[in-house]
Design a protein around this ligand. Structure first.
Ligand code: HEC
Ligand code: HEC
Length: 248
Protein backbone atom coordinates (compact mmCIF):
# COMPACT_ATOMS: atom_id res chain seq x y z
CA UNK A 1 0.00 0.00 0.00
CA UNK A 2 1.21 3.46 -0.82
CA UNK A 3 1.73 5.47 2.34
CA UNK A 4 3.84 8.43 1.30
CA UNK A 5 2.09 11.48 -0.01
CA UNK A 6 3.29 12.37 -3.47
CA UNK A 7 3.60 16.02 -4.39
CA UNK A 8 1.45 15.43 -7.44
CA UNK A 9 -1.39 14.01 -5.38
CA UNK A 10 -1.23 16.84 -2.91
CA UNK A 11 -1.34 19.35 -5.74
CA UNK A 12 -4.26 17.54 -7.34
CA UNK A 13 -6.21 17.52 -4.08
CA UNK A 14 -5.56 21.15 -3.39
CA UNK A 15 -7.01 22.18 -6.73
CA UNK A 16 -9.94 19.83 -6.26
CA UNK A 17 -9.16 17.36 -9.04
CA UNK A 18 -10.78 14.03 -8.46
CA UNK A 19 -8.44 11.09 -8.39
CA UNK A 20 -9.12 7.50 -9.30
CA UNK A 21 -7.81 4.69 -7.14
CA UNK A 22 -7.29 1.14 -8.21
CA UNK A 23 -6.28 -0.68 -5.02
CA UNK A 24 -7.67 -1.07 -1.50
CA UNK A 25 -11.16 -1.68 -0.10
CA UNK A 26 -13.87 -0.15 -2.27
CA UNK A 27 -15.88 2.90 -1.25
CA UNK A 28 -19.67 2.57 -1.41
CA UNK A 29 -20.12 5.53 -3.73
CA UNK A 30 -23.91 5.45 -3.66
CA UNK A 31 -23.99 5.52 0.13
CA UNK A 32 -21.46 8.36 0.10
CA UNK A 33 -23.66 10.44 -2.22
CA UNK A 34 -26.71 9.73 -0.03
CA UNK A 35 -24.87 10.74 3.11
CA UNK A 36 -23.78 13.99 1.48
CA UNK A 37 -27.43 15.02 1.42
CA UNK A 38 -27.92 14.37 5.13
CA UNK A 39 -27.54 16.38 8.31
CA UNK A 40 -26.78 13.79 10.92
CA UNK A 41 -24.75 14.02 14.11
CA UNK A 42 -24.61 10.34 15.10
CA UNK A 43 -24.94 8.30 11.95
CA UNK A 44 -25.74 4.61 12.15
CA UNK A 45 -23.92 1.72 10.55
CA UNK A 46 -20.69 3.42 9.47
CA UNK A 47 -17.12 2.69 10.51
CA UNK A 48 -17.24 4.69 13.75
CA UNK A 49 -18.47 2.07 16.19
CA UNK A 50 -16.41 -0.69 14.65
CA UNK A 51 -13.21 1.41 14.80
CA UNK A 52 -13.88 2.34 18.42
CA UNK A 53 -13.97 -1.35 19.34
CA UNK A 54 -10.88 -2.49 17.45
CA UNK A 55 -7.60 -2.97 19.29
CA UNK A 56 -5.35 -0.22 17.94
CA UNK A 57 -1.89 -0.86 16.57
CA UNK A 58 0.14 2.24 17.28
CA UNK A 59 3.03 1.25 14.99
CA UNK A 60 0.71 1.04 12.05
CA UNK A 61 -0.83 4.30 13.28
CA UNK A 62 2.55 5.93 12.87
CA UNK A 63 2.85 4.61 9.32
CA UNK A 64 -0.64 5.82 8.44
CA UNK A 65 0.05 9.22 9.99
CA UNK A 66 2.82 9.89 7.50
CA UNK A 67 0.29 10.87 4.85
CA UNK A 68 -1.55 13.09 7.33
CA UNK A 69 1.63 14.83 8.44
CA UNK A 70 1.91 16.62 5.10
CA UNK A 71 -0.96 18.87 6.18
CA UNK A 72 -1.41 18.43 9.93
CA UNK A 73 2.41 18.58 10.39
CA UNK A 74 4.65 15.85 11.81
CA UNK A 75 3.86 16.99 15.37
CA UNK A 76 0.10 17.03 14.72
CA UNK A 77 0.07 20.72 15.59
CA UNK A 78 -1.63 22.03 12.44
CA UNK A 79 -0.98 25.61 11.34
CA UNK A 80 -1.50 28.75 13.39
CA UNK A 81 -3.47 30.31 10.51
CA UNK A 82 -6.08 27.57 11.01
CA UNK A 83 -5.83 26.06 7.52
CA UNK A 84 -5.06 22.73 9.14
CA UNK A 85 -6.32 22.03 12.65
CA UNK A 86 -4.20 20.76 15.47
CA UNK A 87 -5.01 17.07 15.93
CA UNK A 88 -2.52 16.26 18.71
CA UNK A 89 -4.20 15.51 22.01
CA UNK A 90 -7.70 15.27 20.57
CA UNK A 91 -9.81 12.48 22.09
CA UNK A 92 -9.45 9.21 20.22
CA UNK A 93 -13.23 8.91 20.01
CA UNK A 94 -13.52 12.35 18.40
CA UNK A 95 -10.79 11.65 15.85
CA UNK A 96 -12.45 8.36 14.94
CA UNK A 97 -15.87 9.99 14.61
CA UNK A 98 -14.65 12.86 12.46
CA UNK A 99 -12.54 10.60 10.24
CA UNK A 100 -15.39 8.13 9.76
CA UNK A 101 -17.78 11.02 9.00
CA UNK A 102 -15.37 12.50 6.45
CA UNK A 103 -14.85 9.10 4.81
CA UNK A 104 -18.54 8.27 4.51
CA UNK A 105 -19.83 11.70 3.42
CA UNK A 106 -21.31 13.04 6.67
CA UNK A 107 -18.72 15.82 6.89
CA UNK A 108 -17.37 17.66 3.85
CA UNK A 109 -13.61 17.90 3.60
CA UNK A 110 -12.67 17.88 -0.09
CA UNK A 111 -9.04 18.81 0.64
CA UNK A 112 -8.42 15.84 2.84
CA UNK A 113 -10.86 13.29 1.46
CA UNK A 114 -8.58 11.67 -1.16
CA UNK A 115 -5.93 11.04 1.51
CA UNK A 116 -8.34 9.48 3.96
CA UNK A 117 -9.70 6.86 1.59
CA UNK A 118 -9.37 3.15 2.36
CA UNK A 119 -7.28 2.79 -0.82
CA UNK A 120 -4.77 5.28 0.64
CA UNK A 121 -4.55 4.36 4.30
CA UNK A 122 -6.43 1.07 4.70
CA UNK A 123 -9.79 0.03 6.11
CA UNK A 124 -11.44 0.55 9.51
CA UNK A 125 -8.39 -0.77 11.37
CA UNK A 126 -6.34 2.12 9.96
CA UNK A 127 -8.78 4.61 11.48
CA UNK A 128 -8.39 2.96 14.88
CA UNK A 129 -4.60 2.90 14.54
CA UNK A 130 -4.04 6.47 13.39
CA UNK A 131 -6.46 7.84 15.99
CA UNK A 132 -4.48 6.11 18.72
CA UNK A 133 -1.25 7.59 17.39
CA UNK A 134 -2.63 11.14 17.16
CA UNK A 135 -4.45 11.17 20.49
CA UNK A 136 -1.24 10.65 22.46
CA UNK A 137 0.90 13.17 20.57
CA UNK A 138 1.60 16.08 22.88
CA UNK A 139 0.02 19.39 22.00
CA UNK A 140 1.26 22.65 20.46
CA UNK A 141 2.52 25.01 23.19
CA UNK A 142 1.95 28.03 20.92
CA UNK A 143 -1.46 27.73 19.30
CA UNK A 144 -3.00 30.66 17.48
CA UNK A 145 -5.13 32.96 19.64
CA UNK A 146 -7.51 35.87 18.98
CA UNK A 147 -6.95 39.58 19.52
CA UNK A 148 -7.62 39.48 23.26
CA UNK A 149 -9.81 42.58 23.24
CA UNK A 150 -13.10 41.12 24.50
CA UNK A 151 -12.16 38.38 26.92
CA UNK A 152 -14.55 39.28 29.73
CA UNK A 153 -17.50 38.90 27.36
CA UNK A 154 -15.95 35.68 26.05
CA UNK A 155 -15.60 34.23 29.54
CA UNK A 156 -19.21 34.99 30.40
CA UNK A 157 -20.55 33.52 27.17
CA UNK A 158 -18.41 30.44 27.64
CA UNK A 159 -19.60 29.82 31.19
CA UNK A 160 -23.24 30.22 30.19
CA UNK A 161 -23.26 28.31 26.90
CA UNK A 162 -20.36 25.91 26.51
CA UNK A 163 -19.22 24.51 29.85
CA UNK A 164 -21.92 21.88 30.08
CA UNK A 165 -20.48 20.08 27.06
CA UNK A 166 -16.89 21.25 26.50
CA UNK A 167 -16.13 21.53 30.25
CA UNK A 168 -14.78 24.48 32.26
CA UNK A 169 -11.35 24.29 30.59
CA UNK A 170 -12.42 23.17 27.10
CA UNK A 171 -11.27 19.58 27.60
CA UNK A 172 -14.45 18.14 26.04
CA UNK A 173 -15.76 14.69 26.86
CA UNK A 174 -14.37 11.61 25.14
CA UNK A 175 -17.30 9.34 26.00
CA UNK A 176 -19.78 11.76 24.50
CA UNK A 177 -17.69 12.72 21.43
CA UNK A 178 -17.46 16.34 22.62
CA UNK A 179 -14.16 17.61 21.21
CA UNK A 180 -11.30 19.08 23.18
CA UNK A 181 -11.28 22.73 22.06
CA UNK A 182 -8.64 24.10 24.47
CA UNK A 183 -5.31 24.78 22.74
CA UNK A 184 -6.86 24.76 19.25
CA UNK A 185 -5.97 27.47 16.74
CA UNK A 186 -8.32 30.45 16.95
CA UNK A 187 -8.83 30.71 13.18
CA UNK A 188 -9.85 27.08 12.96
CA UNK A 189 -12.23 27.45 15.90
CA UNK A 190 -13.89 30.43 14.20
CA UNK A 191 -14.31 28.63 10.87
CA UNK A 192 -15.78 25.49 12.41
CA UNK A 193 -18.05 27.39 14.77
CA UNK A 194 -19.52 29.42 11.91
CA UNK A 195 -19.98 26.30 9.82
CA UNK A 196 -21.72 24.57 12.73
CA UNK A 197 -23.96 27.59 13.29
CA UNK A 198 -24.83 27.88 9.57
CA UNK A 199 -25.35 24.15 9.08
CA UNK A 200 -22.45 23.77 6.64
CA UNK A 201 -20.83 21.28 8.99
CA UNK A 202 -23.57 18.71 8.57
CA UNK A 203 -22.42 16.29 11.28
CA UNK A 204 -22.60 18.88 14.04
CA UNK A 205 -24.40 18.41 17.32
CA UNK A 206 -27.99 19.76 17.09
CA UNK A 207 -27.98 20.76 20.76
CA UNK A 208 -24.91 22.92 20.20
CA UNK A 209 -26.54 24.51 17.14
CA UNK A 210 -29.57 25.35 19.26
CA UNK A 211 -27.39 26.72 22.06
CA UNK A 212 -25.53 29.19 19.82
CA UNK A 213 -28.28 30.23 17.44
CA UNK A 214 -28.62 33.76 18.90
CA UNK A 215 -24.90 34.50 19.00
CA UNK A 216 -23.89 37.65 17.12
CA UNK A 217 -20.59 37.77 15.27
CA UNK A 218 -19.14 39.81 18.14
CA UNK A 219 -20.20 37.08 20.58
CA UNK A 220 -18.69 34.40 18.36
CA UNK A 221 -15.29 36.08 18.13
CA UNK A 222 -15.26 36.90 21.86
CA UNK A 223 -16.09 33.37 23.02
CA UNK A 224 -13.61 31.74 20.64
CA UNK A 225 -10.84 34.15 21.58
CA UNK A 226 -11.47 33.06 25.16
CA UNK A 227 -11.47 29.37 24.13
CA UNK A 228 -8.20 29.72 22.21
CA UNK A 229 -6.54 30.86 25.46
CA UNK A 230 -7.81 27.95 27.59
CA UNK A 231 -4.76 25.92 28.55
CA UNK A 232 -4.65 22.15 28.24
CA UNK A 233 -3.19 20.30 31.26
CA UNK A 234 0.60 20.75 31.26
CA UNK A 235 1.27 17.03 30.80
CA UNK A 236 -0.58 17.07 27.47
CA UNK A 237 1.55 19.89 26.05
CA UNK A 238 4.95 19.50 24.34
CA UNK A 239 7.94 21.72 25.05
CA UNK A 240 8.39 24.66 22.67
CA UNK A 241 10.16 23.70 19.48
CA UNK A 242 9.61 19.93 19.97
CA UNK A 243 10.09 17.92 16.77
CA UNK A 244 8.46 14.55 16.32
CA UNK A 245 11.35 12.05 16.18
CA UNK A 246 9.13 9.59 14.27
CA UNK A 247 9.38 11.78 11.18
CA UNK A 248 12.99 12.91 11.12
C1 HEC B 1 -4.28 17.60 2.03
C2 HEC B 1 -4.28 18.03 3.42
C3 HEC B 1 -4.76 17.03 4.46
C4 HEC B 1 -4.32 15.75 4.67
C5 HEC B 1 -3.27 14.98 3.87
C6 HEC B 1 -5.04 15.27 5.82
N1 HEC B 1 -5.88 16.24 6.31
FE1 HEC B 1 -7.07 16.10 7.97
N2 HEC B 1 -7.82 17.93 7.60
C7 HEC B 1 -7.41 18.78 6.59
C8 HEC B 1 -8.18 20.00 6.67
C9 HEC B 1 -8.07 21.19 5.72
C10 HEC B 1 -9.05 19.87 7.76
C11 HEC B 1 -10.06 20.90 8.27
C12 HEC B 1 -11.25 20.87 7.38
C13 HEC B 1 -12.30 21.85 7.80
O1 HEC B 1 -11.99 23.01 8.01
O2 HEC B 1 -13.46 21.41 7.98
C14 HEC B 1 -8.80 18.56 8.33
C15 HEC B 1 -9.50 18.04 9.41
C16 HEC B 1 -9.23 16.83 10.01
C17 HEC B 1 -9.93 16.30 11.17
C18 HEC B 1 -11.05 16.96 11.92
C19 HEC B 1 -10.50 17.71 13.09
C20 HEC B 1 -11.54 18.34 13.95
O3 HEC B 1 -11.16 19.12 14.82
O4 HEC B 1 -12.74 18.08 13.79
C21 HEC B 1 -9.37 15.09 11.45
C22 HEC B 1 -9.74 14.15 12.58
C23 HEC B 1 -8.32 14.87 10.47
N3 HEC B 1 -8.26 15.94 9.62
C24 HEC B 1 -7.53 13.74 10.43
C25 HEC B 1 -6.64 13.45 9.40
C26 HEC B 1 -5.93 12.21 9.29
C27 HEC B 1 -5.99 11.06 10.29
C28 HEC B 1 -5.22 12.27 8.12
C29 HEC B 1 -4.34 11.19 7.50
C30 HEC B 1 -4.99 9.93 7.23
C31 HEC B 1 -5.45 13.56 7.52
N4 HEC B 1 -6.32 14.25 8.32
C32 HEC B 1 -4.89 14.00 6.34
C33 HEC B 1 -6.44 18.51 5.66
C34 HEC B 1 -5.74 17.33 5.51
C1 HEC C 1 -24.78 20.17 23.73
C2 HEC C 1 -23.35 20.11 23.81
C3 HEC C 1 -22.57 21.26 23.24
C4 HEC C 1 -22.66 22.60 23.56
C5 HEC C 1 -23.61 23.26 24.53
C6 HEC C 1 -21.61 23.25 22.82
N1 HEC C 1 -20.94 22.35 22.04
FE1 HEC C 1 -19.42 22.76 20.77
N2 HEC C 1 -19.45 20.83 20.08
C7 HEC C 1 -20.24 19.83 20.59
C8 HEC C 1 -20.02 18.63 19.81
C9 HEC C 1 -20.66 17.28 20.05
C10 HEC C 1 -19.09 18.96 18.79
C11 HEC C 1 -18.56 18.04 17.70
C12 HEC C 1 -19.59 17.94 16.60
C13 HEC C 1 -19.38 16.76 15.72
O1 HEC C 1 -19.57 15.63 16.18
O2 HEC C 1 -19.03 16.93 14.56
C14 HEC C 1 -18.75 20.36 19.00
C15 HEC C 1 -17.86 21.06 18.21
C16 HEC C 1 -17.41 22.35 18.51
C17 HEC C 1 -16.35 23.03 17.79
C18 HEC C 1 -15.56 22.46 16.63
C19 HEC C 1 -14.35 21.76 17.22
C20 HEC C 1 -13.51 20.97 16.26
O3 HEC C 1 -12.48 20.44 16.71
O4 HEC C 1 -13.84 20.87 15.09
C21 HEC C 1 -16.20 24.25 18.38
C22 HEC C 1 -15.20 25.32 17.99
C23 HEC C 1 -17.16 24.33 19.46
N3 HEC C 1 -17.89 23.16 19.50
C24 HEC C 1 -17.29 25.40 20.31
C25 HEC C 1 -18.35 25.56 21.20
C26 HEC C 1 -18.57 26.75 21.96
C27 HEC C 1 -17.66 27.97 21.96
C28 HEC C 1 -19.74 26.56 22.65
C29 HEC C 1 -20.48 27.55 23.52
C30 HEC C 1 -20.77 28.84 22.93
C31 HEC C 1 -20.21 25.21 22.35
N4 HEC C 1 -19.34 24.64 21.46
C32 HEC C 1 -21.34 24.61 22.89
C33 HEC C 1 -21.09 19.93 21.67
C34 HEC C 1 -21.48 21.13 22.27
Amino acid sequence: MKRALSAAMLAAALVGTSLVYAAGPAVDQQKFEENKQKKEWMSQGGERDEALNLKPNKDNGRDVYEVCSACHQPEGWGLVDGTFPQLAGQHRSVIIKQLADIRDGHRDNPTMYPFALPSEIGGTQAIADVAEYIAILRMNPENGVGKGDDLALGAKLYADNCVRCHGPDGAGNADKFYPRIQGQHYEYLVRQYRWIKEGKRRNSNPEMVEQIKNFTDKDTLAVLDYVSRLKPPADLVAPKGWKNPDFK
